[in-house]
Write a protein that binds this ligand. Structure first.
Ligand SMILES: [Zn+2]
Length: 357
């Protein structure tokens, strides 16, 4: 009885001390997206809303240097991200013009779904989740990504990291688009062969369970390899990600990643109920250090001002989402897109109230 009381006391002390510590950390706001011109004006606007850091997708060293300089004038740190989608597509075409791009392979049903989703305006007429947790059977992303078992493609991403690591003053490297086009696996011949070898080595697992573990760990290993590679090039480089597209069997796998700032979706572009936002925020931020001390959990909120294409989020909705994330332990928050927030005065005001000094 006494021991049980002591355990309860010890647990409550631990909980109190960790949440008190979290509340002491400053609230920071990071945005995906940087304007392509008038950088100084843009950085001034971003600083006014309360952004501390921005993530661009440019790999042009000259643009990155300009962004770093403009950001520094307004105390905004700059990251640039790489993707296994468009970035690899252009790099592969330049490096191996005769060889097809080693895209991930979909099943026949998924391929048919991809064609249907891509046709006409279907994507806006069905309950499509844009790489977030799917509602429909066979929902897939319409953008292909390279297969994570292809090492030539991975080497092209390493060359991009070389470029990123060489830009003076750049805060760090971001990852975007690292996931499966069908949200769970790749069906190419090599992945199929590797998966069969894995199943032979782990006969205690059923096929479904084995698939989740094998393809999750392939994805995690791929991202962690690239993050390690970046640190081998520049030991002080910071790494960040937004987990997307979702890994449907385990949406919040992000704490398995050895990155500094792990962004996971806490409030998606489609309207999630408040209870889900609260629950996800707690998991993202409380479990961030389960595998790696380096990691800070980051809640991601989606905001697009594109009526007719994405659900409209008014100021009250954005306020509910942000305050729920903060009340449930998120001290660092990512939003996509920076530009849509800045350009909507009412929404910018909601962010300003939480983040501007
Ligand atoms: Zn594959």
């Amino acid at each position: 009885m006494k021991a049980a009381v002591l355990v309860v006391m010890a647990v409550s002390l631990l909980v109190t001390s960790s949440s008190a510590q979290a509340q002491d950390e400053p609230l920071t706001l990071v945005g995906w997206g940087v304007a392509s011109k008038d950088l100084d004006t843009f950085m001034a606007q971003a600083a006014d809303v309360g952004f501390d850091a921005l993530i661009t997708g440019s790999l042009d060293p000259q643009f990155l240097r300009q962004a770093v300089e403009a950001g520094a004038r307004h105390s905004i740190k700059i990251f640039t991200h790489i993707t296994p989608m468009g970035h690899v597509k252009s790099a592969w075409t330049a490096a191996y013009p005769e060889q097809p791009i080693p895209w991930q392979v979909l099943s026949e049903d998924e391929q048919a779904a991809a064609s249907f989703i891509s046709a006409g305006r279907n994507i806006y007429l069905i309950p499509y989740q844009w790489g977030g947790e799917p509602i429909m059977t066979n929902e897939v992303l319409t953008t292909p990504a390279v297969c994570f078992s292809n090492l030539e493609a991975r080497a092209l991403l390493e060359r991009m990291i070389d470029t990123v690591a060489s830009v003076p003053g750049l805060e760090g490297l971001g990852f975007d688009g690292f996931g499966y086009q069908n949200y769970h696996r790749c069906y190419c011949e090599r992945c199929q062969r590797l998966f069969e070898e894995f199943m032979k080595a782990r006969p205690e697992l059923g096929e479904e369970e084995a698939s989740v573990e094998f393809f999750r760990d392939m994805l995690v290993g791929y991202i962690n390899h690239l993050a390690d590679y970046a640190r081998s090039k520049r030991p002080d480089i910071k790494t960040t990600i937004h987990i997307w597209p979702v890994f449907a069997p385990e949406p919040l796998y992000g704490n398995r990643l050895d990155v500094d700032y792990c962004g996971q979706t806490a409030a998606w572009y489609t309207l999630w109920p408040q209870e889900k936002i609260a629950k996800y925020s707690r998991i993202i931020c409380e479990d961030a250090r389960r595998y790696y001390d380096r990691q800070t959990g980051v809640g991601m909120i989606g905001y697009y001002d594109r009526p007719g294409e994405f659900p409209v989020k008014d100021a009250a909705q954005v306020e509910m989402e942000l305050s729920t994330m903060i009340e449930n332990g998120c001290r660092r928050i990512q939003v996509c897109s920076t530009i849509h927030v800045i350009n909507n005065e009412e929404i910018a005001g909601v962010f300003r109230r939480h983040f501007a000094q």
